[in-house]
Design a protein around this ligand. Sequence first.
Ligand code: NIG
Ligand code: FE
Length: 416
Amino acid sequence: MAILVEHISQLLTMAGSDIPRSGVEKDALGLLRDGAVLVDGRTIVAAGPRERVLDHALAARAERLSAGHRVVTPGFVDAHTHPVFAAPRLDDFEARLSGDDYRSIAARGGGILQTVRGVRGASEADLAADLRRRAFEFLAAGSTTIEAKSGYGLDLDNELKILRAIKTAAERGPLEIVATLLGAHAVPPELAGRKDDYLARVCEEMIPRAAAQGLARFVDAFCDDGYFTPADLERVAEAGAKAGLGLKAHVEQLSRTGGLAAAVRRGAVSVDHLDHATPQDFAALAGGRTVACLVPGSNYFLAKPYPPARALLDAGASVALATDFNPGTCPCLDMRLILSISCTQMRLSPAEALVAATINGAHAAGLGGTHGSLEPGKRADLVCHDAEDYRELAYWFGSPRTHWTMKSGKVVYRAP
Ligand code: NIG
Ligand code: FE
């Protein structure tokens, strides 16, 4: 059944080139007043001025869906999340508020390793059920696709358990989930001091097994002081490439290690965090295919300085925005809050932030050819926002403003 979405105050198509958007395209919204979108099955067949879309052969027999003179955008593509965990980390949170920091908490066995204990103790069915509940929250917040990392198992069985939980939740839908194996997130306690042994297991067991079972599309590594080095990241990238998996990477977050340059050399789809990136790093990204995926919700939550978003954009890098949803550094899955933080704290314009949260998010998840913009042939993932002007999406914060969410041609969430 075809659906015609009409009565749209502002339609943001994000129409443009098929590479990550940067330079003159960094804020190109493809904005139309009184636009319409025609959907057939799970695919967009036309998007443009309403009068023109009405000329399409399918339009006459399409079911009509009114946006009620609201803004319609592509669904957000949240290209960096860690959504499979058993419990929040409230003790870490409280300890940080009284002066402790992320590293010292990690050093005494809190942080990532605390979540690892929880995940190892949880059943696959419970992890999948929790993720499914969270999936509906993502959809209600306007995200129609997310990337989801493992990384809280840190041994073969538990990493695969997390990836299977992701697969189960993804198959049940309707949230689309791209899985990433983040075996190199931390060295597990049973191999403390034996990082190379652990890395060998990641590269020789986890990556080939996850790939052979169709459980992951990307590999990732936490390249930082006290975690993994750029050389480790290259090993992970190489094992991933051998198994047919792409690369994403946590780099230059707590310190500058040179991981960004290594990941770019290895053809990463995204380099993420970048709090400590330098002009040399901006130059490595300028005009290239690797997207700078910024996750300022974690800076907000850890009360750390924000990544150099303006300098990256001005240097010609393509920038995506993501939540980094996880129990340690960003317990927020709402991309609209990320838009707000990006504008107020990193000085992005609302248009730059929206490009970063949609089409560039899609590129950072390896989905730029099919997702992230409203163009014929692309996935019918649309959000109708309770707003008349797109700038409102970054302006109001702290209250839900999704009117409805459409995933693959079906309305999967409606505001109460
Ligand atoms: O992206 N930096 C590494 N990993 C996560 C945090 C994981 C955690 O603290 O549980 C991040 O911020
Ligand atoms: Fe992360």
